[in-house]
Design a protein around this ligand. Structure first.
Ligand code: AMP
Length: 279
């Protein structure tokens, strides 16, 4: 695996290879979920580039940015182990050259207003900006992202459409621990007690799907789901049963062809998100 820190060095190296590129953007502290994205790209016979960049512009909480786990050497070894071809490890100045305005200012309609958009103001603007900037640097044919961040994926899909970018977005199903907890870099910060409680998030998502199929109203199920999480000792911010395309709330199972349940909850000071596709 070749490691690059400079845009120009990586670009000339990639150009010389002359092969289609698959790109896996990450913020590091890698786990099986990230590695699965790399494996997917390799299976598609792509020259695979993973980036590790903790993007300051998508953190609305400076303390969260500060506490975000960083372990580039361990990450590099993991990527090498699954056959990743290139690791891009840029500095903030390399991604955002001083004095250059690279901000993506698109109208995403409802997509960036609901759920994460409501609780993390500015997050999706920063996320869209960094993904667009990294796509411009790497120029991949395929972009691999996880269903774990369903709303992020919806916004990136819409950005690709609006900017007519020539990249194919490939979604990777959420990789989970054996007890159902979605793998996340933030899980590293869970205490033993919090780690034991956290799988209630996935169990509650599954429960909501069963309830919705019985004909119950979604808002009532969501309220009860919030109560279940609170009773388990978590602090849920939202639990939404939403249309899988518009991300707006649905009322009943029959209302849409595509339905997703999404949740964000704190365990201690660690904020976890998860979702499942119900239909
Ligand atoms: P992050 O490093 O958290 O920004 O995530 C980088 C990429 O990995 C994003 O496309 C995430 O959706 C994806 N990802 C994170 N966790 C998982 C998981 N448990 N399963 C599948 N993909 C994931």
């Amino acid at each position: 695996m070749v490691i690059f820190k400079k845009v120009a060095d990586m670009q000339s190296w990639l150009m010389a290879q002359g092969r289609p590129v698959g790109f896996v953007p990450t913020m590091g502290a890698l786990h099986e979920g990230h590695l699965e994205l790399v494996r997917m790209s390799k299976r598609d016979a792509c020259l695979t580039v993973a980036s590790i960049f903790v993007n300051p512009t998508q953190f609305n909480d400076p303390a969260d940015l500060e506490k975000y786990p960083r372990m580039p050497e361990q990450d590099a070894a993991l990527l090498d182990g699954v056959g990743c071809d290139v690791l891009f490890l840029p500095s903030v100045e390399e991604v955002y050259p001083p004095g250059v305005d690279l901000a993506v200012r698109l109208d995403f309609g409802s997509l960036d207003k609901v759920m994460e958009g409501e609780f993390r103001p500015g997050h999706f603007g920063g996320m869209a900006t960094v993904v667009n900037r990294l796509l411009d640097i790497v120029k991949p044919q395929k972009l691999y992202m996880g269903q774990k961040d369903y709303q992020q994926l919806s916004i990136v899909r819409d950005m690709i459409r609006q900017l007519a970018l020539s990249v194919e977005l490939v979604m990777c199903p959420t990789v989970r621990e054996p007890d159902g907890l979605a793998m996340s870099s933030r899980n590293l910060r869970l205490s033993a007690a919090m780690r034991e409680v956290a799988p209630v998030i996935h169990r509650t998502l599954q429960w909501s799907g069963e309830e919705l199929k019985t004909g119950r109203e979604a808002s009532e199920i969501s309220r009860e789901a919030m109560d279940k999480l609170t009773e388990a000792g978590l602090r849920p911010e939202y639990f939404e049963i939403a249309d899988g395309i518009t991300l707006l709330p649905v009322r009943h199972y029959g209302d849409s062809e595509s339905i997703v349940a999404c949740v964000a909850a704190f365990t201690g000071d660690v904020r976890l998100i998860d979702n499942i596709v119900l239909r």
